[in-house]
Design a protein around this ligand. Sequence first.
Ligand code: F6R
Length: 364
Amino acid sequence: EKAGFEHFMMKEIHEQPKALQDTLNSVVRDGVIDLSEMGLSDEEIQGISQIYMVACGSAYHAAMSAQYVIEDLAKIPVRVELASEFRYRTLLLDKKGLVVLVSQSGETADTLAALREAKSMGIRTLAIVNVVGSSIAREADNVFYTLAGPEISVATTKAYSTQLLACDILAVQFAKVRGAIDEDRYKGLIAEMGTLPEKITRILQDKERLQWFASKQAAAHDVFFIGRGIDYAISLEGSLKMKEISYIHSEAYAAGELKHGTISLIEDGTLVIGILTQSDLYEKTVSNMVECKSRGAYLMGLTTYGHYNIEDTADFVTYIPKTDEHFAASLAVIPLQLIGYYVSVARGLDVDKPRNLAKSVTVE
Ligand code: F6R
């Protein structure tokens, strides 16, 4: 049942190209996106004043990335919230807003409660869900099914990746329908999404190098993941993977924020992983990495082929294939999943069933 892999997590990491391909195939026809099965009309898409994305855990991290992509491509303001916070504050939701719930299981208690709260206020709800017929899928006005297939490992990998892709698909379609991008750009973005599965396969072929790196870092006490923009959103997910399956304390920081306090935690040998997939932010994050290095940090850089001057700064570098930078999270997360996995294995931990965690969180 693990298809020759030692753990479900590794099997599911390798299922990501197929999960992305299946999700794409479900909505892309003849090179254009068709969301008619979701039941959201072009007029409705044009009328959206504001998007509220609500989720927990990794799904929240996918939503964090989506915020940058949707705002930049579709020019719709996006607010991202943890479901456990959203439901307990004074909600001043715009009636013409769209509440997007992101949930693999479709059963997460706080996300389900947030959905009910939004519905009771008469706001349209759209759920991005993996499990067909789950509570959130049944109750939302519109559903976008991710086609990741069943996920057994407690730590999410392929479901998260399909959530990212679903958000990217919405961003591209919303951008087109609202006239924020032209036909050429639209077709180009869809074609680029079509290259992601093969690019992920290429990253997976290089996994032994990451295994070696992870074995060297298995005794780490603290790890910091830093990045800006989409790279910050990826940092959040990389850090969560490290914590939940490796039991190593780690933090994700918006790179520019470190110097406002947290940099005091950097000491000799502290591992700092800089994520650098966004060209216009590249130099800024490199300079934050240099600040860490001068305090003794051991630096890993995760960037795109071509950015070779990172080798002057980082002690270890991993490259991902080039893609449209809006979609970089889909590629950059793969090495981070692998590092979390290999560190967990090197520490002899129960990768698929980490302590204190359940696959689906149905308590508030
Ligand atoms: C982390 C993880 C969790 C879930 C979170 C939300 O690897 O799996 O953080 O992402 O519990 O679960 P869903 O998506 O089912 O609502």
